[in-house]
Design a protein around this ligand. Structure first.
Ligand code: AMP
Ligand code: GLY
Length: 423
């Protein structure tokens, strides 16, 4: 099978790493990829937001299966174009991916099927939004409706903060994504992520994870795309997973199917857990990054079979072979992240690290300059390990971190603290 993965981050490196272990995979191309991915797969410069271009590339390279990594090509309808061209594709249509690309759409779907989530209201101008915030008080959550690369949500502790967020969004700070704003009740609790595959009909859970969104130890500092993750998430007990499936995930997917836009691909449910109840925070139409890295480390080669079964509508007969294991990934970022960080600093020591089924450094943003690996973005490396316990996975991951020589990088030293404290 010739496989094309779209994307260029740690998520896509992890997808490529898992797919490549499967003997079904003959040729593997990642577009556009990065320096770490180039070490295990072919990479191709390709505008992955241009569906017709991707379809032509697939025909020219006899691609049998496309796996779409990030949300932007999904929202741009790339999966629709590929499927229309007869190319087997893992990833939802643009219409179904609105579960990620429009916060208000997801809220409508929840309301239509009674899925538990925060109370909400939508606004298209600042005046009524400000009035709503003044009446409701803080804490309160302000969200740009559209895709905003992780910058579209403000959890406001005070009404002043909420007012600033509203002014910014309607002032055009996030472009078209902020033309409509959703204001939500603040939900307290513990957050965890639940990943399921859906083939339009059937649903197959493929793992739970928790990430750490704040930049610094002790969950302090600015919000980021995620500084580390681990799987499984002990807070998502079997009972809570069942509850989330029965009350949130299946009803929402059924509502999409009822509207004529069935969902095919991975659905990432961000859940807030409190007093034994799960409520939906958000859906994403893709694997999380860095959550995908720990899921792939645990699933290994079977990830390809599962994604293929999903794309072919065969999930009813698919099963996950679970090992009783744990995986943890530590994000190493450039100093300054999530603000601007210097690019081009040299990273040494990667070639001394183990690369096997229990240890892998996934590259999120690297390049090769003069034969050396250099940083090429904010989040740069995902140092990932698997163990019989979470403590073992954490020990192994940090042992690798300690052997990486990158003075311009930083990481959190406490990834997994919540689950480790529980154990
Ligand atoms: P989202 O992009 O919707 O995932 O929002 C980013 C983060 O904001 C989430 O991961 C939560 O930590 C937080 N958040 C979003 N909505 C709420 C809410 N209604 N109550 C509390 N926290 C929220
Ligand atoms: N790590 C959070 C996300 O991928 O959205």
């Amino acid at each position: 099978m010739n496989i094309l993965i779209l994307g260029s981050g740690g998520r896509e490196h992890a997808l490529a790493w898992a797919v490549k272990q499967n003997p079904k995979c003959d040729r593997l191309i990642v577009a556009p990829g990065n320096a770490g991915i180039a070490a295990i797969a072919e990479v191709a410069g390709l505008d992955i937001l241009n569906g017709p271009l991707v379809a032509t590339f697939c025909e020219e390279n006899a691609i049998d299966f496309v796996i779409v990594g990030p949300e932007a090509p999904l929202a741009a309808g790339v999966a629709d174009t590929l499927r229309a061209a007869g190319i087997l594709t893992f990833g939802p249509s643009a219409a179904a991916a609105r579960l990620e690309s429009s916060k208000a759409f997801t809220k409508e779907i929840c309301d239509a099927c009674g899925a538990p989530t925060a109370k909400w209201a939508r606004f298209t101008s600042a005046g009524p939004a400000l009035a709503h915030v003044r009446a409701a008080g803080a804490p309160i959550v302000i969200k740009a409706d559209g895709l905003a690369a992780g910058k579209g949500v403000v959890v406001a502790a005070t009404t002043a903060e909420a007012e600033t967020a509203i002014a910014g969004m309607f002032g055009g700070a996030l472009g078209a994504a902020g033309a409509e704003v959703v204001i939500e009740e603040f939900m307290a609790g513990e957050e965890a992520s639940f990943f399921v595959l859906c083939d339009g009909q059937d649903v197959l859970p493929v793992g739970t994870a928790q990430d750490h969104k704040r930049a610094f130890d002790g969950d302090t500092g600015p919000n980021t795309g995620g500084m580390g993750a681990y799987s499984p998430a002990p807070v998502l007990t079997a009972a809570l997973q069942r509850q989330a499936l029965d009350r949130i995930i299946r009803p929402c997917l059924a509502e999409l199917a009822r509207r004529g836009t069935p969902y095919q691909g991975v659905l990432y449910a961000g859940l807030m857990i409190r007093e034994g109840q799960a409520r939906l925070v958000e859906f994403n139409a893709r694997f999380g990054d860095p959550e995908c890295q720990v899921l792939m480390m645990r699933l290994g080669a079977q990830a390809l079979d599962l994604m293929q079964a999903c794309a072919e509508g065969r999930l009813a007969a698919a099963r996950v072979n679970w090992a009783d294991d744990h995986a943890l990934t530590v994000v190493m970022a450039g100093r300054g992240y999530p603000g601007p960080s210097a690019k081009g600093s040299v990273i040494r020591g990667l070639d001394r690290l183990p690369e096997d089924s229990r240890h892998m450094v996934f590259h999120a943003a690297t390049a090769i300059e003069d034969g050396q690996v250099v940083a090429a973005g904010g989040r740069v490396l995902n140092v990932t390990a698997r163990g019989a316990t979470l403590a073992e996975a954490a020990r192994e991951a940090y042992a690798m971190v300690d052997r990486i020589d990158w003075p311009d990088g930083f990481c959190r030293r406490d990834i997994g603290w919540r689950a480790l404290a529980r154990a």
